[in-house]
Design a protein around this ligand. Structure first.
Ligand code: NAP
Length: 178
């Protein structure tokens, strides 16, 4: 692909537990390279665990509101929840059951990159956007420890949604019981 060519459509898989400013920067970066972006909410079957506290529906709500807040053209975005499967090697093809056709994927996750490459898809690897700061794992740990600064790491609308579902209390209640 030369630097002026855009892909028609790419998938951007993530757990988005929760969706944060780094994810938003990846979306903006990807939209400079693809006409349409399919945000796949992975591990859609799981919620109410320490690593996956939020439901797929809650994550979809957070992502859509975050994109609106970030002035992203929603006409170029799909948000699609997909449950995991046990067969990694067929996962990129399995995604096609749920999504419109795509030519490429956007990811920094080493397993995801390998699976898409082995399945014959192009992979666009975004830069790390403040990766030490913008990390869902770090945000969940801050919530667990009562560090209110997690709010600075997510779009304000995401914090509002987490507050509306009593998300921090949910995460704390899962500690020790997961
Ligand atoms: P994630 O932690 O939410 O991250 C989503 C993507 O955003 C990753 O590529 C991540 O790269 C990137 N990212 C996060 N913060 C960033 C930042 N500050 N700057 C730039 N990039 C940033 O989700 P994930 O764990 O990668 O999600 C993969 C999903 O695919 C999971 O739901 C997994 O279960 C699913 N999956 C399923 C199968 C299967 O069903 N067999 C197989 C493979 C994958 P980093 O690597 O830097 O975090």
């Amino acid at each position: 692909m030369d630097s002026n060519t855009k892909y028609k459509r790419a998938v951007f898989p993530g757990r988005f537990q929760p969706f944060h400013m780094g994810h938003l920067e990846v979306v903006k970066w990807a939209l400079e390279r693809v006409e349409e972006l399919i945000i796949v909410i992975g591990t859609a079957q799981e919620s109410h665990t320490v690593v996956n506290p939020f439901t797929a529906g809650e994550r979809m709500h957070m992502i859509r509101e975050a994109l609106k807040w970030g002035k992203i053209d929603l006409g170029r975005i799909y948000i699609i929840p997909v449950p995991d499967i046990l067969m990694n090697s067929v996962w990129p093809h399995y995604l096609k059951l749920f999504t419109p056709p795509f030519e490429a994927s956007v990811s920094r996750n080493p397993l995801v990159i390998r699976l898409f490459k082995e399945a014959g898809f192009e992979v666009l690897i975004p830069p790390a956007f403040g990766r030490e700061i913008y990390s869902s794992t770090r945000i969940r740990k801050m919530m667990m420890s009562g560090d209110e600064k997690w709010r600075e790491l997510v779009p304000p609308v995401v914090a509002e949604i987490i507050d509306s579902i009593d998300g921090v209390s949910r995460i704390r209640s899962l500690l020790g019981g997961d």
